[in-house]
Design a protein around this ligand. Structure first.
Ligand code: G3H
Length: 477
């Protein structure tokens, strides 16, 4: 590999006039995967202008025509599946099979988005329903695009979470400026090569790459941007919310998803779901289970079953499809190690793990984690799971809700009434009963509350978030 990848503006692949490139290093071997352009603000401006100009015609094409472009994109993605999956693996260190699944999930997501948009209808209303109103007034409401959408995606799903923004934006008549995470940019570029091959009109989708310090704020504050869809860290999300103009924002940020294990839980089911929820892709998912609250009376049994299950978790290279793989970079691994060290200094009990080889952190289970430890509150984005023992379910609910985050939560109980009662008290966008926290299936509403984000995603909701209602009133005289 190690190619020089260009950015994409107005249907053209270009090298930056800055002559500066950013090296993308593999997270799991000492190699450069490729280089992307570090573009300037004036090049970012060109991308926004190209999107602005293209939007007028794009909006005028029929939804079926826009759907046809996206269907062709799917076809190209299917042809490039292995190539894109290999790039995901090399660039962000995701196991190859999971990378293939990411591309397949993306294809399904785009197809569902086209079909959903085609079947979305507006509504009409008669004036007479309101007191004093008349049947001679009829309102027709339908959805129209917002304009230019700035799509900013994270490293951990460089293809799927990018398409989850791009597809609803395009099908509903918006044009897009796409800023992939730098680590993940090559996967994003490859995905857009497929869209380019599908013959998308120039300017409808533009890809910008570069240093956040150079173009990040510039893009966010730019008056040509009409909506921002962002997935990434909470600190960046808060900055975007402060800097953006008065435009709609949809943001999916961090999480500290709890699993609450109640004494009547099916522990074998809970253990399987918790381990898969906490440790897949080394815990680098915003929806990973990031703390376990367990009632004292079953805590020893749960910990012993979790320990056994963790022995089955594979560790090593993404090229060998291991579950625990090196984290995205050294800074992230250092951060996770810092959380483990802090917990151990404060007398958490190490059950397994706390072993490190470079960026590879072995799956780590810590018992007797308490509220004074950083690990009880901070998001590791790595393979470490704290067990917090509680006397009552109410204590678990209180501590769950004290978190700055509110993405998802899992409740494990065989008493469905109790599970529903707990779900009602948990501050989170979604609560999973007897299952791990996760975004999919991708048409479900996906919501972050508190520090976990704003707005709702999921196929239909994403389309709605990138459109607004437009009302035309007929007055029959
Ligand atoms: O990392 C954030 C993603 O939205 C999580 O998606 O639950 O499908 O892994 P996932």
């Amino acid at each position: 590999m190690n190619s020089n990848y260009k950015f994409y503006v107005n249907g053209e692949w270009r090298e930056s006039q800055t002559k500066e490139v950013i090296e993308i290093r593999s997270p799991y071997k000492d190699a450069i995967v490729g280089k992307v352009q570090a573009i300037s603000q004036s090049e970012a401006d060109e991308a926004i202008q190209a999107a602005k100009v293209a939007q007028k015609d794009w909006e005028q094409t029929s939804i079926r025509e826009r759907g046809d472009y996206l269907y062709r994109w799917i076809k190209e993605l299917a042809t490039m599946k292995e190539e894109i999956a290999t790039t995901i693996m090399q660039e962000v260190g995701k196991g190859f099979n999971d990378a293939v699944k990411e591309v397949e999930r993306t294809i399904d997501l785009i197809r569902f988005t086209i079909e959903e948009a085609i079947h979305l209808y507006g509504e009409s209303m008669l004036g007479e329903n309101f007191p004093g109103g008349s049947r001679s007034k009829i309102a027709i409401s339908h959805r129209v695009p917002l304009g230019v959408v700035l799509a900013i995606s994270p490293f951990n799903y460089p293809v799927n979470l990018s398409a989850a923004k791009i597809a609803p934006a395009l099908i509903s008549g918006n044009t897009v400026v796409f800023k992939p995470a730098t680590q993940g940019a090559i996967s994003g570029i490859k995905m857009i090569e497929a869209l380019d091959k599908a013959g998308l009109p120039k300017g409808v989708l533009n890809v910008v790459t570069g240093h956040g310090s150079a173009i990040g704020n510039y893009l966010i504050e730019h008056p040509g941007i009409d909506m921002i869809s962002f997935t990434g860290g909470s600190e960046t999300g808060k900055r975007i919310a402060k800097l953006a103009n008065m435009i709609p924002l949809v943001m999916e940020l961090g999480g500290k998803d709890p699993a609450i294990v109640v004494k009547d839980a099916n522990l074998d089911l809970a253990v399987k779901q918790i381990v898969s929820g906490a440790f897949s892709y080394s815990g680098q998912r915003c929806t990973a289970i990031k703390r376990v609250f367990v009632e004292e009376s079953i805590a020893d049994e749960l910990v012993s079953k979790l320990t056994k299950e963790l022995e089955t978790v594979t560790i090593g290279s993404p090229e060998d499809n291991k579950t625990i793989v090196p984290l995205i970079d050294k800074k992230s691994a250092d951060f996770v190690q810092g959380l483990i060290d802090d917990a151990l200094e404060k007398k958490a009990v190490l059950i397994t793990g706390n072993k490190r080889e470079g960026n590879l952190i072995y799956p780590t289970l810590l018992d007797h984690v308490t509220a004074d430890m950083r690990l009880a509150w901070e998001e590791p984005f790595g393979p470490v799971l704290p067990i917090i023992r509680v006397k009552t379910v109410d204590e678990a609910i209180d501590m769950s809700n004290q978190s700055e985050y509110g993405l998802q939560a899992s409740i494990f109980s065989q008493d469905i009434d109790q599970a529903f009662t707990i779900a009602g008290k948990i501050q989170a966008g979604s609560v999973q009963i007897n299952g791990r926290t996760e975004r999919g299936p991708d048409h479900f509403p996906f919501i972050g509350t508190k520090g976990s984000g704003m707005g709702t995603q999921g196929v239909k909701r994403s389309i709605e978030s990138m459109t607004r209602e437009k009302v035309t009133v007929i007055n029959i005289n």
